[in-house]
Design a protein around this ligand. Structure first.
Ligand SMILES: NC(=O)CC[C@H](N)C(=O)O
Length: 194
């Protein structure tokens, strides 16, 4: 069973349709017990850091996600979901993220317009492929992170995929990245033996 965390953000129905390619039972849930027992938990994107973290904390979902992380349960964060895996974000400096990866979420420093919206290339699993992005903030990591990182470039290089054991964050939207998104998700499920 795949659980999509329902925390008041996200393009949840399109994500559910996408994930149903990989598992017959995809639950959109705000139940902490479901977060703990799912085979895979997905933190969806499309939202803002502060309100998302406040809702996760209010609902008890942040605590359940922390327990799942500590127990090594697979978690995929998409766009905002990836950003929440870090310590904080300029989008709401008063909010604390999960801190599962060392680093912060910042604005792009280049003069390019934001949001960064459209197809962009990422080298991952030895393959250079185009994924679809829609975001104005990007993660800045402490490079001592012993994680696998795939970078994209938009005026500057930034982490587009980060994976360490059973925690993976993607800045793009696999659910709207056509066949490349499907292949990415298929490979991740295989790597996690789901
Ligand atoms: N699509 C999203 O989840 C956007 C996340 C965040 N608000 C950003 O602009 O980077």
């Amino acid at each position: 069973m795949i659980a999509i965390v329902n925390y008041g953000v996200g393009n949840i129905m399109s994500l559910k349709n996408f994930l149903e390619r990989f598992d017959n039972f995809v639950s959109v849930t705000d139940a902490p017990e479901t977060i703990l027992m799912a085979d895979l938990v997905v933190l969806p994107g499309v939202g803002h850091f502060g309100p998302a973290m406040r809702q996760l904390n209010r609902s008890g979902l942040a605590e359940a996600l922390g327990k799942r992380h500590d127990a090594g349960g697979p978690i995929l964060g998409i766009c905002l979901g990836m950003q929440l895996m870090f310590e904080s974000s300029l989008e709401d400096p008063d909010a604390l993220g999960f801190g599962w990866f060392s680093g912060h979420v910042d604005l792009f420093s280049s003069e390019l317009i934001t949001p960064h919206m459209g197809w962009n290339s990422v080298l991952w699993d030895g393959v250079l492929a185009d994924y679809y992005f829609v975001h104005s903030y990007k993660v800045s990591m402490d490079l001592d992170e012993n994680a696998e990182i795939g970078y994209a470039s938009y005026g500057e290089k930034f982490p587009a995929i980060i994976r360490h054991k059973n925690i993976c964050g993607v800045q793009f939207h696999p659910e709207i990245s056509s066949n490349v998104g499907i292949t990415f998700m298929k490979n991740l499920m295989e790597a996690w033996q789901l």
